[in-house]
Design a protein. Structure first.
Length: 76
């Protein structure tokens, strides 16, 4: 189970609140403070390859798409 899809199991457990509470207590992934899974792209949700300069918080793929719109110039 990855960090992005652990909430998908809630659909199955909605009918059983006691089991759902136990699942949340024991199986929920911990919140990351460092490493690749600590930050997500605000635009597409991708982990890794983040550009945090100027508080952009987007991945490099999204940055290439929106760079000219937000005022960056390509020099080569």
């Amino acid at each position: 189970m990855t960090a992005s899809d652990w909430k998908k199991i809630f659909k199955q457990l909605d009918a059983k609140p006691a089991i759902k509470a136990k699942f949340i207590k024991h199986c929920k992934p911990k919140d990351r403070k460092m490493g690749i899974a600590a930050k997500k792209c605000e635009r597409c949700g991708r982990f890794g390859a983040m550009i945090n300069s100027y508080q952009l918080n987007v991945c490099r793929h999204c940055f290439r798409e929106i760079a000219e719109e937000i005022g960056f110039k390509k020099y080569s």
